[in-house]
Design a protein around this ligand. Structure first.
Ligand SMILES: *[C@@H]1O[C@H](CO)[C@@H](O)[C@H](O)[C@H]1NC(C)=O
Length: 642
């Protein structure tokens, strides 16, 4: 049997796997009702660097990592199952020994008494306190937060996590008492809902009385771990339940507080100014100049034809009928296949995949499917879309490869399915070794890695192959003008049009359009802040596509006017240089915003930054290449060439 995939079946396959994936991964978040006195489970999550302090480390630790000596539940901590995205982004959720009863105030309950902490472990805890680590807890799907004051508006907002300890002068103190403030909304006398969790930790030298109960004293504070092997810690907590009128549906609002909205608007205005500027340039140069060029070329052509016919009639041979100039001169070379057509096709194919993935994820996010209450859903959906859109990658890559006269179609199919997924997975696996080496909980568990490989083999690989197969079966894309046998000599170019200067000049504009928003994205990645500006991000993505294509088209036009027809790779790299600038920016961010002093953290930071920059280069590069290709097909399609 011969399988003949058509575009429709391919599309259906894509849609189908999308639907399965979303049905599988997007459970609706339903509110949970508790009757007064009901047990409200409290889960613990990994320890991360605290969100609103200097970041000194990028490593997270399991709550139950031995060296912390935190209290464990009686029958051992149970791991909670989580979505793929949640695991990938470092959530490790376990049960805890805390006992919370809905709407029941309790003070000074004993969690456990840690009789002795070995020297090295106490020193380890002290170092983590100095590195501003935060404890993370989850109650009814809400992360425990600490309160912050917005100095501009006087509003209180929440930041995820609370201090593991604090540093007083030079001595680190461990927070061993937690005031767990839970805000609840009363729907009816038996239906209470959790709408906010704020933990105020403190450090106390609590002792136990003869009955083994803690003696909580409001006045004593400051528990220093001396790290001499004699340290003992009494962990206690109080639960304070506050009635609130906030509805369950709006409970995330205090977490999503926008600190300074004007900066977001400023970033948007900045992007729009750049877009307007570029659009103006494109409109002026391309539309006017091109229009003039095209009508002039065609007029000359008509004239030449008339003269030529007249000449033939008179049987006189006229040699110099060539009157071409400007970009039209290169019509016989402009669609000459570039060097390394395979790599280009595979890169642009993967770029198309990334573009589709980003666009659809952002649409889903804007529609509100991926709210932070759906833990890890954004990451999960992104991964699934990446896998599913392999079909686009295969198709695009095959079409471009065939267009550029490539003949090793088997290699194209294989490379397309393996090269970029391989680079990404290889990178993640490599960084994982560092995480494992540093005992970080951020290391992706072996099972999850296998799950990712499985997803790739089951979804990505077949879809990519099907896409390639279908793309290769389609007839070759015909170019509007024929390519000459003998390549034209390229004249010397002015400095600013040489490859490197023009590429780096071109990359600045797309980067300039996104760099302010980039600052927020970096903050949310490295400071564990929830990213709240999805709407802004969506606009910024649109702006990125516009600037990338406009810049590349402009540069391409200038080059062709100077009779330089090697545009393919240059178009890719011109807009792709934005990724390089993002990498430079991440170095700047490292030097100014972060205060990392461990090698492992540094390696991880630059590892992830490199990965992000590479992905962005591929994404923006493909936008540039595709825009330029369309542009050239358009302009060379509109002139007459004999
Ligand atoms: C718990 O204590 C707080 C503060 O003292 C008080 O405002 C609140 O009403 C109490 N909650 C209940 C359910 O009694």
């Amino acid at each position: 049997m011969v399988i003949k995939p058509s575009l429709r079946t391919l599309g259906l396959a894509c849609l189908g796997s999308l639907q399965i994936a979303s049905a599988f991964y997007l459970p609706g978040v339903a509110p949970q009702d508790y009757a007064p006195g009901n047990n409200v489970p409290l889960y613990v999550n990994s320890l991360t660097p605290l969100s609103n302090q200097q970041v000194k480390s990028v490593i997270s630790y399991d709550y139950y990592y031995d060296r912390f000596h935190f209290c464990r539940p009686e029958n051992g901590p149970q791991k909670q199952s989580e979505s793929l995205g949640s695991v990938l982004f470092g959530d490790r959720i376990f049960t805890s020994p805390f006992q919370l009863s809905m709407a029941k105030n309790e003070t000074c309950k004993l969690l456990c008494h840690v009789k002795s902490i070995p020297k090295e472990d106490a020193a380890f805890i002290n170092e983590r306190i100095i590195d501003n680590y935060a404890v993370n807890m989850v109650v009814d799907g809400l992360p425990a937060a600490h309160e912050n004051l917005d100095k501009n508006t006087g509003e209180i907002y929440y930041n995820i996590g609370f201090d593991l300890g604090y540093v007083d002068g030079k001595t680190p103190s461990l927070n061993n008492h937690y005031d767990i403030n839970i805000y609840y909304h009363e729907r009816s006398s038996t239906k209470f809902r959790v709408i906010g969790v704020v933990v105020k930790p403190s450090s106390k030298t609590t002792q136990l009385d003869t009955k083994g109960q803690p003696i909580c004293d409001k006045t004593n504070h400051g528990l220093y771990l001396k790290a001499d092997g004699t340290d003992s810690v009494v962990y206690t907590y109080s639960t304070i339940w506050h009635p609130s009128s906030t509805a369950w549906a709006t409970r995330w609002d205090s977490y999503l507080h926008i600190l300074d909205p004007s900066i977001h608007w400023f970033s948007l205005v900045n992007s729009i100014v750049i877009v307007l500027f570029l659009t103006g340039m494109v409109a002026m140069i391309l539309l006017r100049a091109l229009h003039k060029d095209i009508s002039r070329y065609n007029a000359v052509e008509a004239q030449v034809n008339i003269r030529y016919r007249a000449v033939i009639n008179k049987r006189i041979c006229l040699e110099d009928v060539q009157e071409d100039y400007g970009w039209k001169l290169v019509h016989g070379d402009v669609f000459r296949p570039p060097s390394h057509p395979m790599l280009l096709a595979v890169a642009v194919g993967s770029g198309a995949q990334l573009i589709a993935m980003t666009a659809l994820t952002l649409v889903f996010a804007i529609l509100g499917f991926l709210s932070p209450s759906n833990r890890g859903s954004l990451a999960t959906v992104t991964v699934v879309f990446f896998m599913v859109f392999s079909c686009i990658s295969g198709f695009t890559s095959a079409r471009l490869y065939k267009m550029n006269g490539g003949e090793q179609w088997k290699l194209n199919i294989i490379l397309n399915a393996t090269l970029f997924p391989g680079i990404i997975i290889g990178f993640l696996f490599g960084l994982n070794f560092f995480l494992i080496g540093s005992h970080s909980s951020g290391a992706v568990p072996f099972g999850t890695m296998m799950a990712i490989l499985g997803l790739w083999a089951l979804i990505s690989l077949p879809l990519s192959t099907a896409g390639s197969y279908y793309g290769l079966r389609k007839p070759r894309i015909e170019q509007p003008v024929r390519t000459n046998q003998i390549p034209r000599q390229i004249p010397d170019q002015p400095t600013y049009l040489r490859s490197l200067p023009s590429i780096f000049m071109g990359g600045i504009l797309p980067f300039g359009a996104i760099f302010i928003e980039l600052y927020y994205i970096m903050n949310s990645i490295w400071f564990h802040r929830i990213y709240y500006g999805i709407g802004f991000l969506f606009l910024v993505f649109g702006v990125l596509i516009l600037t990338c294509s406009q810049v590349t088209i402009l540069m391409c036009y200038f080059h062709l006017c100077n009779e330089d027809y090697h545009w393919s790779w240059r178009a890719f790299l011109t807009s792709g240089a934005a990724g390089f600038y993002v990498f430079l920016y991440s170095i700047l961010y490292y030097l100014t915003k972060l205060d990392i002093n461990s090698i492992t953290s540094t390696v991880l930071y630059f590892g992830y930054s490199t990965l992000i920059s590479v992905l962005l280069t591929i994404l923006t590069g493909s936008i540039g290449y595709l825009a330029c290709l369309l542009f050239l097909r358009k302009i060379f399609g509109s002139i007459k060439v004999d």
